[in-house]
Ligand binder design. Structure first.
Ligand code: GLC
Length: 421
């Protein structure tokens, strides 16, 4: 695919040269950390390039948000303008603030159409550092056909999820699917585990690690209980292998028909529904279960498009960002790739809701998602998140109890905080 794109870009450059186009410039766009995203990002960027006389080159960043950020920080520290348009995670504006262009001049107020909380998230020191592109929230994907077969309904609590998983695993394994799993999720030591573990903690009423005022709240019994509960799933309803799963690993197992439940982001819907998917039309989507005495909790995720301050073509890059984040392209990406729009009005669009019924049914999950403490911790967020996922991972590996882990984590976070975040 990449080779084909490069080939295409080369051919386009030649064609433009021959036509004597006024700009023979190349814009490099970062997108495509999975196959669907590559298709839906690169294709539309190329349409814009053709219309405006730019050659579009696609840069595919690492699939893990953690590896992606590490590489990007190196490139930006070296003031590299190689990638003009940057795809940035919802938790990065505070980390990258010195390296991104203020888009206010180019947006002409278009940001008012998007969810205000995301626009606020992307605005640092009064500068609009990125345009919202798609939003994410953690969801429970389940096998509709199997819940029906075993006369079950989507679980409301984690205890119900565990009981249902045990029942269906026993039945399916006895019927010959030896490696059938109950529940797959993201438990590798990376940003994805921060998202999953925050959902567990918050669903038990254990808060959000560091609250909005910057206070460290993680050392509490509910958070400890949530982590212990998740640890009890491993080797029980979840394979030991989840300790090394990212989003695509979990999706691989689920989409192959080898798991009853999966925690994942909306993008997994369009892939599960693809014509060649073994589970097409057998999947349902529900809010993630509640903890004991808690609530349904979903972590807020999502991606933005920003312009690299060191880009040699800042104006063109900003125009491309405005095009890519427009209602027209968000609608196409929602229908084709199940990327949740950030433009509020699109949630009333019948074509989008038809392709993705969960976007209408679970609107509350998206608007009520729990943010990771990125705004409160600013430049320190990557360290805070790493300390949190390390603590969660140690509990999942059964190297420490939930109570020990959250106590130690609070100590580490105090060190990271010192005077202030
Ligand atoms: C998704 C989310 C992003 C999150 C990442 C973690 O891409 O949109 O916000 O950081 O998953 O793996």
């Amino acid at each position: 695919m990449k080779a084909r794109l490069q080939h295409f870009a080369g051919a386009l450059a030649l064609a433009l040269g021959a036509a004597g186009a006024s700009h023979a410039a190349t814009l490099t766009v970062s997108c495509g950390s999975n196959a669907a995203d590559l298709k839906f990002c690169a294709g539309y960027a190329e349409d814009w390039g053709k219309a405006h006389g730019y050659t579009i080159k696609v840069y595919t960043p690492p699939a893990s948000s953690t590896d992606n950020l590490a590489l990007l920080r190196q490139q930006l520290a070296a003031k590299s303008g190689d990638v003009d348009v940057l795809m940035i995670d919802v938790v990065w504006p505070g980390v990258l603030k010195d390296h991104l262009l203020d888009l206010k001049k180019y947006s002409k107020g278009a940001e008012a159409q998007h969810f205000p909380a995301i626009v606020a998230n992307n605005t640092v020191d009064g500068k609009l550092l990125a345009m919202p592109w798609f939003t994410d929230a953690g969801l429970l994907f389940y096998r509709k056909d199997l819940l029906e077969k075993y006369k079950l309904t989507p679980p409301q609590t984690w205890d119900e999820l565990e009981a249902d998983a045990k029942k269906v695993m026993a039945g399916e394994r006895a019927a010959g699917v030896a490696d059938f799993q109950g529940f797959v999720f993201q438990a590798k030591a990376y940003e994805g585990l921060t998202c999953d573990a925050l959902e567990w903690v918050n669903s038990f009423g254990g808060g959000d690690i560091v609250d909005k005022s910057g206070a460290i709240t993680i050392d509490n019994a509910k958070a400890a209980k949530a982590l212990d509960t998740a640890a009890s799933w491993i080797g029980n309803i979840a394979p030991e292998g989840v300790l090394n799963y990212g989003e695509e690993d979990a999706r691989g197992v689920f989409q192959n028909g080898k798991a009853l439940f999966m925690r994942n982001w909306p993008y997994a819907w369009s892939l599960a529904q693809a014509p060649d998917s073994p589970i097409k039309d057998k999947v349902g989507v529900a809010p993630l279960p509640m903890g004991v005495g808690g609530r349904h909790a979903a972590t807020l995720g999502g991606w933005q498009l920003a312009v690299n301050k060191y880009s040699k073509h800042p104006e063109a890059a900003a125009e491309l960002v405005m095009y890519m984040t427009s209602a027209e392209i968000q609608k196409k990406r929602a229908i084709g790739g199940s990327y949740n729009p950030t433009i509020m009005a699109l949630y009333k669009d019948p074509d989008i809701i038809k392709a993705n019924p969960f976007m209408g049914q679970l609107l509350d999950v998206f608007t009520g998602a729990v943010a990771r403490p990125a705004t409160a911790t600013g430049l320190k967020y990557p360290e805070v998140s790493r300390a949190f996922w390390d603590a969660a991972h140690s509990v999942l590996e059964k190297k420490s109890s939930g109570a020990e882990a959250v106590k130690k984590l609070a100590g580490t976070l105090k060190q990271v905080k010192r005077q202030a975040w």
